[in-house]
Each structure stands twice: as C-alpha cells, then as structure tokens.
Ligand binder design. Structure first.
Ligand code: ITT
Length: 183
C-alpha cells in the first residue's frame, strides 16, 4: 500500500522516495492539517498526521514531517518557526544574522509521524553542522548554508544527504520499524 506523504515540500518527498525505494511507494498528497503552536516537533507532527489520516478518509497510511533548523548562538531560533522564517527573513539573511556570531554551530531536526488505523508513531532524526555562506544548487530550504564535514547539504546528492541528514536518519528508523510491522 502506498504511503501518502502529506507535505507541500517536494524536497522532502524526493528524499523519502530515495530512502524508501524498494520498501513502499511514496505518494505526495496535499492536505492542510493544523500545525499546532508548540515547541515540540513530535507533538506538531503527530497531531498533524492523525488529523490528515482521518481527513483523507482513514484508509491509507499517512506520513507527516515537521522539521527545523536550530542555531545554537540564537537560542535554537528559528526551530519550529523555520518555515515562517524562511518565507519572511529568508535563508541569506538568516546566514547574515548567524555570521555575526562566533559560534556558528547549528543542527537540523526532523520528526516524522506515521499514522494508520492502528495509531500514530514518531521517528526523530538530527544532525549537527556549521552555518556558512551559501554554497551549492541542490537540496532545498536552508541546505546551502548548512555545512557538514566541509560540504554543504546543497552540494550533496539526495543519497549523500540522506546518508547523514536528520531526515535520512528519521527515515531509516521508520523503515526499520515498518519492516518489523509488516513481517
Ligand atoms: P510541509 O509543512 O508542507 O511539510 P514545509 O517546508 O513548510 O513543508 P516544515 O514546516 O517542516 O516544512 O518547515 C521546515 C522549514 O525548514 C522549511 O523552511 C524548510 O525549507 C526547512 N527545512 C526542512 N527540512 C530541511 C532540510 O532537509 N534542509 C534544509 N531546509 C529544511
């Protein structure tokens, strides 16, 4: 059965397809679930996944991904507000803000929530890196300013990014759990 990935973000879908290839097909679905105001990505994703599962008819499993970039020197900002900050301030200006800080450490974190008739499960992944001036044409969102081991995520292929990224790690945990369920 295909998994309905409820997201407006094609980059997330590309990464999920690459990671879950041979396990389950991934269909991109748009459904405007409520993004509750919370500091917890787990809670935002789990509530969204359950609402989307029911709203879409309640017969096909759904996946929701709530992610954020957390900048150490800015107290974890933009965190759960990363999408809003990307749309308003933009990636380049967030970099300029961070470039004034001595500590340029940041991490990405994502929570995948899977909902089906049995319930809701969440899978977390994170990766630490350094903020740099934008480089690279690949990836999406904050990838051009996020460097891991000397390479920005926008300079990586989807497979390279999945091998080390927050989402790749969460998808790998999900795939392992999913395989056990369907044994
Ligand atoms: P959906 O909610 O429709 O899934 P979105 O892009 O709004 O799509 P989020 O609410 O999870 O997703 O927002 C996360 C923000 O962080 C958004 O600005 C993304 O571009 C960015 N982001 C998420 N994952 C990322 C990644 O792997 N690399 C770079 N930026 C990422």
């Amino acid at each position: 059965m295909a998994i309905q990935f409820v997201t407006s973000n094609e980059g997330k879908v590309r990464e999920a397809r690459a990671s879950l290839e041979g396990i389950e097909p991934v269909e991109q679905v748009t459904y405007d679930y409520t993004e509750i105001q919370s500091d917890s990505l787990e809670e935002i994703a789990a509530v969204g996944a359950r609402e989307a599962f029911e709203g879409l008819g309640g017969d096909e499993p759904v996946l929701v991904d709530d992610a954020g970039l957390f900048v150490d020197a800015l107290g974890g900002f933009p965190g759960p507000y990363s999408a809003y900050v990307e749309d308003t301030v933009g990636v380049e200006r967030l970099w300029r803000l961070a470039s004034g800080e001595e500590n340029r450490r940041a991490h990405f974190r994502t929570v995948l929530a899977y909902a089906d008739e049995e319930g809701t499960e969440t899978f977390e992944g994170s990766v630490a890196g350094t903020l740099v001036a934008p480089r690279g044409e690949g990836g999406f969102g904050y990838d051009p300013i996020f460097e891991y081991n000397g390479t920005t995520m926008a300079e990586m292929s989807t497979e390279e990014k999945n091998a080390i990224s927050h989402r790749g790690r969460a998808l790998a945990k999900f795939a392992e759990w999913y395989a056990e369920q369907n044994d």
